[in-house]
Design a protein around this ligand. Sequence first.
Ligand code: ADP
Length: 648
Amino acid sequence: MRPAHHVTEPGWFGRRADRWRSVGRLLRHTHPALLTATIALHITVGLLPVVFIAWTSRLISRVPDALSSSGGSGWAVLGLAPLLAVCAFVVQQLLAPFQSALGELVTRQVDGACIARLMRCALTGLPVAELERQDVLDILSDARGGFERVSPTPGDAAAGALALIARYAQLTGASVMVALVLGPGPGALVAVTALVIRFGQRGSLDRFGALRIGLAGERRKLNYLRRTAGGPALAKEARMLGLLPWLRERHTAQARGYLDPLWEGRRRLLFRPFVGLAAVGLVGGGGSLYVLAREGANGSLSLLQLSVALQAVLIPMRFGVYFPESDVQTRDGLAAYHALTRLESMAAGGPAGPERQDGALATVPEGPIRFEDVSFRYQDDGPDVLSGLDLVLEHGRSTAVVGLNGAGKTTLVKLLARLHEPSVGRITAGGTPLSGFPAADWHRRIAVIFQDFTRYQLTAAENIGLGRPDRMDDREALLAAAGRAGAREVIERLPNGLDTVLSGQYENGSDLSGGQWQRVALSRALLAVDAGASLLILDEPTAQLDVRAEAAFFDRFLEMTEGITSVIVAHRFSSVRRADRIVVLADGAVAESGTHEELMALDGRYADLFRIQAERFAEEQAEAAAARATAGTLPRAAQPVPTPEGAR
Ligand code: ADP
């Protein structure tokens, strides 16, 4: 699909042509039979009022004859006219629901395809580096607004554009009737008047739409306030801190910040042009009515002609107003669609590589993974976050990467996971550069638990199964992975076991603690390992655990994953001392590396920080013990703890 580029602002015709091209592209997502049926139906429904006018006029024209005929023969004079007029009316009423039903189908087909495109774009197509840019996030939020039905969707735009066919069929039919009766001049006059008003109104609506888009930031702030102030999340703090008066004032101020310019714009952009357009309508409509009256007075029109012309003139006069079934839908739905095409053009420029094919593992070589003189910066003009980094991750061994906050640990993981590519240098696996094969193939070879791993509001089975979607239904495999991650007990305690939704927001759902979630995330990663992933990465998934629990988690992890190439990132030095190798990262490069014992013997940065953290840990332990003694509670059951003996 060719992305829409807006290099220069297009003119009046250009904008309309763009809009119809977009509608055309959207309609390619509908089934041809559905499209044909919808168009045929709209034309029929559009022309039925014209048929109605024809038969009622015929009926009216025969009324004098019917009245003058004697006895019961009056009905005979009217003939089928009343029946056909009623039929046209009834059929139009009967078809109206089908119009909306077919519109719904069009919306669904178009949105289904567009949502698939958006997912492909956001989840795999767009480079992660793009998704970290503010302007890209704004566009994404515009596109999603449509898909979350906060505003009209691209499907609504497609259905709305098709609905215009009925309107224009009706206008054409009515103008032709006026032309047939009063002549081409009045026919053209009513048609042109209707179109001038229509395009004028639609243009105002577009300009008002642009103003609304420009106020997106203010709207987002207002929506945030409304959601927060009306939601349960604030209930506690609002009471404790007495936030209500402040919130009320803040909301009023924010609402004015958004609504004042909007209302001013509505007056300026919608009301004033409306007055001008109404004047055009008055002149055009008045002119055609004048011709009608003059011809009528001359006696040059039959009753039939008079009746047809009078009814037909009224249709174009009512045409120029706003169309509720189409106008906002096409304007906002196409805006969401344009946001999507912009994202797609960004994704097309990125190094996303081909889509992942389930089942087919590419021949990514096994063997040690090397960072060779790797430097990386997030922005071209930004600082180097990693610089000249050399690092070997031994095959089948565990490597812990430790360092203070901001040392570049997560960045290293992102490069290893190929969410970003090195600015300088290269990463190799078994001697082959990673950039030599598709990122998607590499992704299948690794299992990662990120610091902010996703807590899906889905069942426990799905939360684990997402580690390898093609094994989702293999309950044995899910339970085995859960068992190895220490999550078996967590699952057994859930009301519906593996089928429990892991969120209290659902019926029979269940919330998990931070530590329990970590085990579920570890199960997910271990399932991927069971299914063939050969590199396991943990990026500080234990941040909210206390020292003792974190150490227990890592110890268990190292035990479970023996023989697997693994990388553990931690900022607490004391937690990972059992790793086969520890790498200390500082200022974007490896400062020290070796086993815990070697690094302690080196007595450098690692030894220093380990001692400080171990001392703090001992203090925390003593304080906790004292608190327990005061409270008269028993100490918790012993868990493996990081004994600071290495520090002594
Ligand atoms: P660590 O995981 O060791 O705490 P990070 O890798 O998260 O460190 O960050 C290293 C440096 O890179 C920090 O100075 C951080 O501000 C910067 N950084 C991280 N992510 C981005 C980003 N998306 N854009 C720009 N700078 C970033």
